[in-house]
Design a protein around this ligand. Structure first.
Ligand SMILES: [Zn+2]
Ligand SMILES: [Zn+2]
Length: 267
């Protein structure tokens, strides 16, 4: 697979890829996670295995996170939530001064309730330090948090799956697909976005239901008219494939192939 160099401009939203991989263990690619800095706050989108370590490598502690966004409940997107909450309770830890907000599709409350059934008080921060906001999975939804407009849309993967659009204080728009198959609602959500971070899990020759190929992700980006596309969530089969070439069949704009700890600045 060809890779692109780190790209830096100036800042309204700063994106750091913490995990560009999947459930497949990899030294090069952690499971899915993206750190977003905007409006003076730090947000995490998904937290698959390896996220906490990559977060430290990116120079951020868990106490600095204001908001966690979960695209869906699969383990490669959520499994570091338990160690994150447990570490927050560690007595010499990481002193959290403000409540943590979790935003996810409908069904997350039940998922979290079940996790607490297993781990009990070890992951229970109390209602004053943890707030959960469930977004509609039947249609588009919106919440304004810490000066950031957060829009969601259901996508084609699991009943709880949503894609996110974050609009920074200066109006720059970041869209994160989560896992999805071809999705008209993702195209609508991503319309005119400054950056679309889109899953591209398998090459064309190994297309799997519920996931995109590079050409499909490129088609979504082209139809949405995004200013830049980043492909991510690469299963091992992608490492041997010409991901950029496949994407170029449908998309001619600026293209980045995600790598762990890659940083992009939206000006
Ligand atoms: Zn998934
Ligand atoms: Zn996934």
């Amino acid at each position: 697979m060809k890779t692109n160099p780190v790209d830096k401009l100036s800042a309204d939203i700063v994106v750091t890829v913490l995990g560009s991989g999947t459930c497949a263990p990899s030294l090069a690619r952690s499971s899915c996670s993206v750190l977003v800095e905007t409006g003076g706050r730090k947000w995490l989108i998904d937290s698959g295995a390896g996220t906490l370590r990559r977060l430290l490598e990116a120079g951020t502690t868990i106490a600095e996170l204001s908001c966690l966004l979960y695209s869906h409940l699969h383990p490669d997107h959520t499994s570091d939530l338990v160690p994150l909450l447990f570490a927050t309770k560690y007595p010499d830890g990481i002193t959290r001064r403000e409540a943590l907000t979790i935003v996810a599709g409908r069904g997350f409350e039940d998922f979290f309730h079940r996790l607490k059934g297993v781990y009990g008080h070890w992951i229970d921060l109390g209602s004053d330090m943890l707030r959960i906001i469930e977004m509609s999975t039947a249609g588009g939804d919106h919440v304004r948090l810490a000066g950031v407009d957060l829009h969601t849309a259901p996508v084609e993967h699991s009943p709880q799956s949503v894609a996110f659009r974050m609009t920074g204080p200066s109006g720059r728009k970041l869209v994160y697909s989560g896992d999805t198959d071809y999705s008209e609602s993702l195209i609508e959500l991503a319309r005119g976005a400054d950056l679309l971070i889109c899953e591209s899990a398998f090459p064309e020759s190994q297309k799997v239901r519920g996931h995109l190929t590079p050409a499909m992700a490129g088609d979504i980006a082209a139809r949405a008219g995004v200013r830049r596309l980043m492909l991510t969530h690469f299963y091992p089969a992608c490492e041997q494939a010409d991901i950029e070439g496949e994407c170029r069949r449908t998309y001619g704009g600026p293209l980045v192939l995600a790598q762990d700890l890659m940083r992009l600045v939206l000006d």
